[in-house]
Design a protein around this ligand. Sequence first.
Ligand code: ATP
Length: 808
Amino acid sequence: MATRPKPAPRSVQTPSTPGGPLRSSQTPNLAYPFLADSPSHFLAPKDGAVKLKVKAGISPEARSRIGVTPSGLRPVTPRPIKRVAPPVSVPARSRLERGMTPSGSDDSLRAYAREDALGESEAVLVTVRVRPPNPAETHPGSQSSVWETNEWNTQTIKLAKEAIGTRDDREWTFDRILDPMSNNGKAYTTSARTHIRRAMEGYNALIFAYGQTASGKTHTLSGSPSEPGIIPLSIRDLFAQIRSSPDREFLLRASYLELYNEALLDLLSTDGKELSLSEGKKKGEVIVNGLTEIAVRTEEDVKRLLSVGEENRSVGRTDWNSRSSRSHCVFRLVIESRAAGVSDVPVGARTPGGRAKTGGDRTTRISTLSIIDLAGSERHTSSKERNAEGKHINQSLLTLKIVISKLADMASGRNISHIPYRDSKLTRLLQPSLSGDALISVICTVSPSAVNLNESLSTLSFAQGLKRVLLRAQKREVVDPQALIQQYQEEIAELKAKLRDRDEGASSVMMTPGAGDKGKAASGKAKGDMERRLEELKSLILTGREAGERDTGYEARPLSPTKLEYPKLDYDQSTADLQESLHAAELRIKQQDAELKNLRRDLEARTSRPDERIMHLQDQVDELKMLEVAYQALLLQPSQKVKADVEREWHDRVEKLQEQVRSKQIWACRLDENVRAVTAENKRLTARCEDAEEKVHLIIDWLNTALSSSSPPSPTSGLATSDSQFDIPTLTVEAPSDDFGSLNTRGRIATLSLSAKMTRDKFSNMDLAKLSEKFGSLGVKARAGKVKMLSQESCGDLAEQAGEDEEY
Ligand SMILES: Nc1ncnc2c1ncn2[C@@H]1O[C@H](COP(=O)(O)OP(=O)(O)OP(=O)(O)O)[C@@H](O)[C@H]1O
């Protein structure tokens, strides 16, 4: 382990005090000498045994809730079980309802309201802080930071192109970006103040820093004496809030633990024992068994407690950080508060009329504020021990990343069946908060150096995941008999009543003749015990006025001139460390100079005549109103673009239709021409048909003549005859060859003949009506320039003849 001291032998005795659950002790605390200054701040047994743990006064139920083991405790006087009202869950109040009114200028008021609003959202508040470059990262002529932040928009960050010639122009947006010039005070107001105040109102709050090693987590959370970080500033603010709440009483208990190589260690205990985790009674509740909790009454108490913890913390030199945190470190403060004055009414007290005395608002607000300095993710180092530590650190951070990404997916509606909280002790410890029971603020720290670009990008992607996680933190106001503040107040009321009774009875004891010296002495001692106990309990409960009186460390007192002139020199510090401190101080001076300049500029820019400014603003408002009216009117009309689109669409359609019409017209013209040509052809053919018809009539005449005449037809008719048999003469019809169509192109004369021979008798006896039976339908055959009338059978025969024959 790095610089964790060996456990010092310390005897913690188990006291057996019959006089009640809690006893004060004037014995100086040996393990923590600082406690000697204010012994009554811490609960210790009456018999003088070293006792730091506040758990001595907590009932078993309360112990399980706040995570204190019962081992080594005094027996707890059983108290009557009271009815426990269900927790009163109060939804987050709106910004306007909140009673915290800032003072100062308009600008500061706006900034305050914005900062306050950030913490109100149900999402995680994510701040990214860029560390200033250290001497090793500052090269003459080169850009000092790879990150570009925007002076006017404090929520975006992107890579500076000129710094590394990147083409990655992504812009990341978070709740707040703190540039290298910003100090811890700014970090506190933007990332923690709202959460501290909400914690005092009864909300659980978790603040943690995440980032690569040496990126500035510890600087942001713990800071240095000259520039206190978020933890000391939170404590200061918290006590200031107590001072300004005279109507409430508070009880604060602090603990400090670290997670080193997956082992949980109590930083306020030197026994070096590993703490264990267990499930609480409530679903998702996780308890750290055996954790020391110390009641704190002043800012100084917390500071001392933190410095004891810091001494015990595991830190070591790495290749990148001379004092690197080798563990995850958790500072926890349990805040209980109640309306002031209810303690004066004992439980079960009744009015003279027999009615129960209520004593006002009996609810207790209980919340836990946790501030965690995570160890930084890191690459392989030159030291074996550091590598082993680094493995554990990286593993637990990886689990945290996975858990966050699953929670983010769940928040965006994806069905996630399992979240691996149990894969590391860190996530197990954070489980109640991460599963939505706390308001969370995360400060993601990044290095300005190009060398660390990949780690910085990974930090930003973690931060983006965080932004998607949803929280459902609720104010916890309960009537809880186990609340420590309630137990104390009731005990105060009981002690007061007993002392009153005793005072009333004392005079009668004095008067009793049998009362001896021994009895009087015992009675006096018991009274003294009760008075001391009463004082101790009263001192643990803080009220506004008392906190102001007690908190000596609140306002930094001016140093004595001697101390101012001769600051203490630490010769053990290395030259490199001193140079680093010097550089940091120089940077701070530069930064303050710049801030001063900005403030001066702002001041000068501010007009000295407010009326003029109001008028100017009024003009702007009028102009904006006019613009709004014009916009509204424009909104009612279809936009120019929509109009142009519709016109273009219709124009295209019309053109298409016109094109179709044109092609139809061309088609119609051609059709017209064709019709005309066909009509002409038709006419021509009709004329021909008429001519052909005439010739057919001639043939029919011939046939009639042949059939009716007893003599063969006269040769004048152009029909050839035969004697013996009455052959049907050949009928020759002279006609232009084209009368019978295009086939008759080769002969000038067409000849019609009937190829069948028959006697006249036979022919004349033939029933004309049966002519078609004999010849079938007549066809016309052109052959070798002659046209013949043929029966169908002969048509078939002839069809097999020379190819020049054609039928129509
Ligand atoms: N914003 C800052 N202004 C000035 N100096 C800073 C700032 N942030 C970090 N530093 C300096 O950088 C060094 C490393 O910072 P720090 O120890 O806080 O890093 P870390 O992230 O906690 O590292 P690790 O994870 O290794 O513990 C310290 O010397 C610290 O003073």
